[in-house]
Design a protein around this ligand. Structure first.
Ligand code: Z15
Length: 839
């Protein structure tokens, strides 16, 4: 039936409600009106930044129309919804993405043109929203884009950090310096403050067990005292591509519960009062800059609880508005845990169900274990989260009780299935013995979830056979799955490579709205690999993208790049397992080889430009030394007249989503060279290949599935395979062979660095010694095959026709890696949610 109009005269409302702007006059009017009123400016004093702000506010109005309608439809239909809990959302810029998803780029370009601005200049004024470190955060952003594009009712929940990932500066010596990223200094048009949506979150205090009438303790408790802070919502609109669906990313900001503490103020302690208000605000002040490395301390745990508590309270309130009994919670709500960071949501939902809803333990646990889904992103032991029990007891006393109770019931059931197996109980306990004891978050996430998944086939197998092996034996293998990661082709092709996008549409004779949402259609490009005219166009676009990158480097860094060389790119977080060190040692090897060549020999060499970019965690000493080595090798070889036309090297500072959008389309070859079994998936590998760059990599993560799709003849693989790694490490430890014997080529390179060829003779010793001693990441085992693979790349590049064919074939076979495919797998196999068309 038709529901009653809620307020006033329905016609008076409806006649005046705004629709999405579609034509140039409407857009022009909206732009000018924002200049006049929202910005209080005039054509006389409107610079390009102001034009960006006006354009953004105008696009935002359009998004809001769809966002409101989407929210209304979801509320009316009350479908099951999914929530993606992630501490990181690496969104990058929004304006271009929104214009493309709304199919409004052309009219906005025309409108702003008429008003005296160039749309591309306007787009360049936007700062990245960099609320993430690397792959995990960017994956969350791609999944939001795909959820909205697939019309799925999915919301993101995260934190509104005042400072995103630090800005990276490189000192003249080559050291990484970190500066804060005050991304909110220019007001952010993409968020809506929701000061009315706020929840209180408690820390510290006491948890008293509730006793029954006989004086026995129960499963329930009362948590009181401590410190309360307020979580306030900021909403970010997430437009789908070619659909009205506009979902929401809700980010929480912390603030003190009262402006400041009146008691201290009355006592004349003004400073103390202001300090306490600072401490609440501190919770969401900064993103932790660690990416699969050691983690922070108390403040990080506070962030995690603050965010999960506020998000769950919000989700629960929305569920209660539907008016269904609490037992039906999992029929309306699925919560995806992006890594273990939101694992506290498990004991938090238990606390709500036990202490507030007064459910019995088993009923509560039943609800919890049907609500959560856990994605693991690493099997590296040093990256698995553990929290000291004393810290947890102090900060979250009630949650620590619940974790102990979960552990007790859990270990009782393990004992029942494997009677007398004490070792197993110790291995599987949520509490790791030691000084101090620690809570193993991956185990808690695993037993508290309906399903557990890894992010690529190999990785998901490793999850089952290494870190969660005992859990597979106990719970059965069907709980453990795989969802291979994906990337959004909207940002990572249409937006970053508009010329290639246009060529694809004209070749396939379909509008991009079709193939961008059904990426398998790229396969239809395959026959064109045999078409010389098409190949020429394809190659010309790559060339222009290389020039676009060179132009960017010239204007930002003042460096001139040879665009007729092969562009070889490795861009990702600095980490020993990702082996940027292998790459730079390979560059040195190449340099030394060139130096030893005659003039005639050099003439046959294929020129190469090597690009690096990436940040190191501020406390990761070895990673920072690697940056220093790269910068100093670049300084020497770029100045060497003998070789500089054949080999040059650039470390581009302050890697970001926006920089990736320029680098990726310009690459001929990219490197994904982690020690086998260490890179869970990788996602930039997919981005390069989608843009027709070839892949040089190890048999690891999603590289394997990329090779399966594009064919092994189109990728350059090298190095030992995963099953060999354990043995090799054993050899390193118990039967070490001196590096001179094992890999003379590598030994020579290391010796040249030690001898000071790149300055600072002593400085690099700790880095070089990680290879000489222990060599945990197996550089000495893989070096020779790495050099051989680089030579094969050179050889392949000499036959340009064949190379371009490989490039086309690679791109054409990337359909699987659309994040639309990945998000549909989550929706169907895990969350059990359905698309909601918004008309
Ligand atoms: C992160 O970005 C990833 C794993 C982590 O454990 C953390 Cl803390 C951060 C990355 C993986 O290293 C990468 O292989 C994967 O593609 C990405 O997550 C998304 O799943």
């Amino acid at each position: 039936g038709k529901e009653k109009w809620p307020r006033g005269d329905e016609k008076a409302w409806k006649d005046n409600m705004r629709d999405v702007d579609k034509d140039v006059p409407a857009i022009t009017k909206s732009f000018v009106s924002h200049v006049q009123t929202s910005l209080a400016r005039q054509p006389y004093n409107l610079d390009t930044l102001g034009a960006y702000q006006a354009a953004a506010l105008s696009v935002r109005d359009n998004l809001l129309v769809n966002w409101n309608e989407t929210a209304l439809q979801y509320t009316r239909r009350a479908p099951k919804r999914a929530y993606y809990l992630s501490l990181e959302f690496l969104m990058g810029r929004t304006l271009d993405n929104a214009l493309l998803n709304l199919d409004l780029k052309q009219p906005y370009a025309q409108a702003t043109q008429k008003l005296g601005f160039n749309i591309e200049d306007i787009l360049e004024k936007e700062r990245d929203a960099a609320l993430g470190n690397g792959g995990l955060g960017r994956l969350a952003a791609c999944y939001l884009d795909s959820s909205a594009s697939q019309e799925l009712p999915v919301w993101g929940y995260g934190l509104r950090y005042k400072y995103g990932i630090f800005q990276q500066l490189i000192s003249p010596e080559g050291n990484q310096l970190e500066a804060p990223d005050p991304w909110l200094d220019n007001q952010n048009p993409w968020e809506l403050p929701r000061l009315d949506v706020a929840y209180e979150v408690r820390f510290y205090g006491n948890a008293e067990r509730v006793r029954d009438e006989n004086g026995n303790t129960t499963d329930r408790a009362q948590w009181t005292g401590g410190q309360e802070v307020l979580a306030v919502a900021y909403d970010v609109m997430i437009p789908g591509s070619y659909t009205r669906t506009t979902n929401n990313l809700r980010l929480w900001e912390s603030k003190p519960k009262r402006g400041f503490d009146l008691n201290s103020f009355n006592a004349g302690n003004y400073e103390g009062a202001v300090e306490s208000s600072n401490s609440a605000a501190a919770i969401t002040s900064v993103l932790y800059p660690n990416d699969s490395t050691g983690f922070g301390k108390e403040l990080r745990l506070k962030q995690q609880y603050f965010w999960t508590a506020a998000s769950l309270a919000d989700i629960l309130r929305r569920f209660k508005n539907i008016g269904k009994p609490i037992q039906e919670f999992p029929d309306y709500v699925a919560v995806q845990l992006n890594d273990t960071h939101p694992t506290l949501a498990i004991p938090e939902l238990m606390r709500i169900l036990l202490d507030d809803e007064e459910l019995p333990w088993d009923a509560a646990w039943q609800i919890v274990t049907n609500t959560f889904f856990y994605t693991n992103h690493t099997v590296l032991p040093e990256a698995l989260e553990k929290w000291p029990v004393p810290l947890m007891e102090h900060l979250l006393p009630r949650h620590m009780q619940i974790i102990y109770d979960i552990n007790l019931f859990f270990l009782q059931s393990v004992e029942k299935k494997f009677p007398g197996d004490r070792d197993r109980l110790g291995r599987m306990s949520l509490i790791e013995e030691g000084f101090p004891k620690q809570v193993r978050m991956a185990f808690l996430a695993c037993i508290g979830s309906r399903k557990v998944n890894g992010v690529a086939e190999l990785h998901s197998e490793l999850v089952k056979t290494t870190i969660l092996k005992d859990f597979v034996e106990f719970e059965g293998v069907s709980k453990f799955g795989n969802v291979t990661n994906g990337i959004t082709p909207r940002r990572w092709l249409d937006q970053c490579n508009p010329e290639l996008s246009a060529l694809i549409s004209s070749t396939l004779k379909v509008d991009k709205s079709v193939w961008l949402k059904d990426l398998y259609q790229l396969e239809k490009l395959l026959p064109y690999a045999e078409d010389a005219a098409f190949r020429e166009k394809w190659a010309a676009i790559k060339q222009r993208n290389k020039e676009r990158l060179a132009h960017h480097v010239e204007t930002t860094l003042g460096l001139t790049i040879n665009t007729h060389a092969m562009f070889d790119v490795q861009i990702k977080r600095l980490h020993e397992y990702k082996r940027q060190t292998l790459n730079i040692l390979g560059v040195i090897h190449r340099y030394l080889t060139l130096k030893n060549m005659s003039k005639e020999e050099r003439e046959k060499v294929n020129p190469r430009v090597v690009f690096f970019a990436g940040k190191a965690a501020p406390a990761y000493y070895i990673a920072k030394l690697t940056i220093r080595l790269i910068v100093n090798v670049a300084r020497i070889i770029n100045a060497d007249a003998d070789t500089k036309d054949l080999l040059s090297l650039y470390f581009l500072p302050d890697y970001s989503v926006s920089l990736a959008e320029v680098l990726i389309p310009a690459s001929d070859i990219s490197q994904h060279i982690s020690t086998a079994g260490t890179e869970a998936s990788g996602t930039s590998n997919m981005k390069f290949c989608l843009n027709g760059g070839l892949l040089l990599g190890t048999v690891d993560g999603a590289n394997i599935e990329i090779a399966e799709e594009v064919g092994e003849s189109n990728v350059f693989f090298f190095g030992h395979l995963t099953p060999a790694v354990e043995d090799l490490r054993y050899q390193h430890t118990y039967h070490p062979v001196p590096i001179e014997e094992k890999c003379p080529a590598l030994a020579h390179v290391l010796n040249q660095v030690s001898a000071g060829l790149f300055g600072d003779a002593e400085v690099y010793e700790p880095l070089l010694n990680t290879i000489r001693q222990g060599d945990h990441y197996l550089l000495s085992d893989d070096f020779d095959s790495y050099i051989a693979a680089l030579a094969m790349v050179d050889e392949a590049y000499l036959d340009r026709t064949e190379w371009v064919k490989k490039s086309i074939r690679t791109s054409a076979k990337m359909g699987k890696f659309s994040s639309d495919r990945a998000i549909n797998e989550y929706a169907e196999s895990y969350w059990n949610i359905e698309a909601q068309h918004i008309s």
